[in-house]
Write a protein that binds this ligand. Structure first.
Ligand SMILES: N[C@@H](CCC[C@H](N)C(=O)O)C(=O)O
Length: 322
C-alpha cells in the first residue's frame, strides 16, 4: 500500500498533499469559541511555527483533527510585515491575530475570533486585562481596540463600507443570491467589514430554517475575493425599547455554515438598518444559531461611523498536539 494512503490523518484536506505532521508535534493548543464560532488557538510568542494551509485544514478537520471553523495564531506584531506596518500607526498593537479559515485560506478579519483571541491571551498570561480596561491588537483588517466588559468583550470593528457603493446607495441591493431551499434568487446587499459579506433578507423564520447551507450560495455579482453570505429575518416588531432585533444564519467563505459570525452580524445590522430607513436604531441584537451578539453604531474619532461588536468568549480545552 502507498505509504501516504496508510496514514490518512497526515493528508491535507485542502490540497491532498502529504503534510509533515511531525513538524507540529508537541505544540500546545487551546480550543475556544464565541457563540459557537470555534477556533483552534496557538500561542507563538517567538514566531517559531509556520503553519501551512494544509496543516490548518488538518487541525480544523472535525473528524480527523481538533475541529474548528478557523485557526488563530497569537504572534507578536513585530514578526510579521503587516504587523510592523500597524506598529508604525500604533505602537501599542503588540499582539497580532494571525487568523485562517478552516480550509487554510486567509481572511482579513474575524469578529468572534477577536474576542476569543483576547480571552486566550489573558488565559495564557500573555496580557493582563481587567473589566473596563482596553487592549489594542493588530489584524489583517487593521488595528482593533477591545474593551473587556462584565460578561465578555466589546470590539471596535472600525468603519463599514458598501462593496459596490453606487448600486447599494441607489437600489438598496447589488446582487442576486440563490441557495438550495429558496425557490427564487433573492436580492442581496454587499457590505465590507474589512472582509466581504452579502446580506439577504428573508420574510420569516420558516423560510430561514428551510434554507440549506450545505453548499455555498451563488452570489451574482460576487465580490472580487469571494463573500460570506448572511440570511437575515427582521423581528416583528423590528424595534423594541430602541433596539432592533434580527435573526441570522451564515455561510462563511472558507468554512461553510457556522454557528455564528461576528463580522456577518455587523454586516447584517448595516444592511437591515439601511433598508429600514432613517428611523432605524443604532443598537441591534443579532440572534445566531450559537447565541446572541450585540452590534452598535457610533461616531469614530476618524470622523467615520464605526461598528462595535459585543459578545462572550470561552476557552473550552487546552492540550498538546501528538
Ligand atoms: N467567523 C468570522 C469570520 C471569519 C472569516 C470569514 N470566513 C471570511 O472568509 O471572511 C467572524 O466572526 O467574523
Amino acid at each position: 500500500m502507498d505509504q501516504t494512503a496508510a496514514v490518512p490523518a497526515q493528508q491535507s484536506a485542502a490540497a491532498g498533499a502529504p503534510v509533515p505532521a511531525a513538524s507540529l508535534s508537541g505544540l500546545a493548543f487551546s480550543k475556544g469559541h464565541g457563540t459557537g464560532n470555534d477556533f483552534v488557538l496557538i500561542a507563538d510568542p517567538g514566531d517559531a511555527h509556520e503553519i501551512s494551509p494544509e496543516q490548518v485544514a488538518q487541525l480544523c478537520d472535525r473528524h480527523r483533527g481538533i475541529g474548528g471553523d478557523g485557526l488563530i495564531r497569537a504572534v507578536p506584531s513585530r514578526y510579521l510585515p503587516e504587523g510592523r506596518d500597524l506598529l508604525e500607526q500604533d505602537a501599542s498593537a503588540g499582539w497580532f491575530m494571525d487568523y485562517r479559515n478552516g480550509d487554510g485560506s486567509l481572511s482579513e478579519m474575524c469578529g468572534n475570533g477577536v474576542r476569543v483571541f483576547v480571552h486566550f491571551l489573558i488565559a495564557q498570561g500573555l496580557v493582563e486585562l481587567g473589566p473596563g480596561q482596553s487592549l489594542t491588537i493588530g489584524t489583517r483588517g487593521g488595528i482593533k481596540k477591545i474593551v473587556r466588559t462584565a460578561d465578555g468583550y466589546a470590539v471596535d470593528m472600525g468603519p463599514w463600507e458598501f462593496i459596490f457603493p453606487t448600486e447599494a446607495q441607489s437600489k438598496a441591493m447589488d446582487a442576486l443570491v440563490s441557495a438550495d431551499g429558496l425557490e427564487v434568487a433573492r436580492p442581496g446587499l454587499s457590505v465590507s467589514m474589512g472582509n466581504p459579506h452579502t446580506v439577504v433578507a428573508l420574510a420569516e423564520l420558516g423560510e430561514l430554517a428551510a434554507t440549506k447551507l450545505f453548499t455555498a450560495p451563488v452570489v451574482d455579482p460576487k465580490p472580487a475575493n469571494g463573500t460570506n453570505v448572511e440570511f437575515v429575518v427582521p423581528a416583528e416588531p423590528l424595534v423594541h425599547d430602541g433596539v432592533g432585533t434580527i435573526t441570522m444564519r451564515v455561510h462563511e467563505r472558507g468554512v461553510g455554515e457556522t454557528q455564528s459570525c461576528g463580522t456577518g452580524a455587523c454586516a447584517a445590522a448595516v444592511a437591515i438598518r439601511h433598508w429600514a430607513g432613517s428611523s432605524a436604531p443604532n443598537a441591534w441584537h443579532v440572534n445566531v444559531p450559537g447565541g446572541v451578539v450585540d452590534v452598535r453604531f457610533f461616531p469614530g474619532e476618524d470622523g467615520r461611523e464605526h461598528v462595535e461588536l459585543s459578545g462572550p468568549a470561552v476557552i473550552v480545552a487546552s492540550g498538546t498536539l501528538s
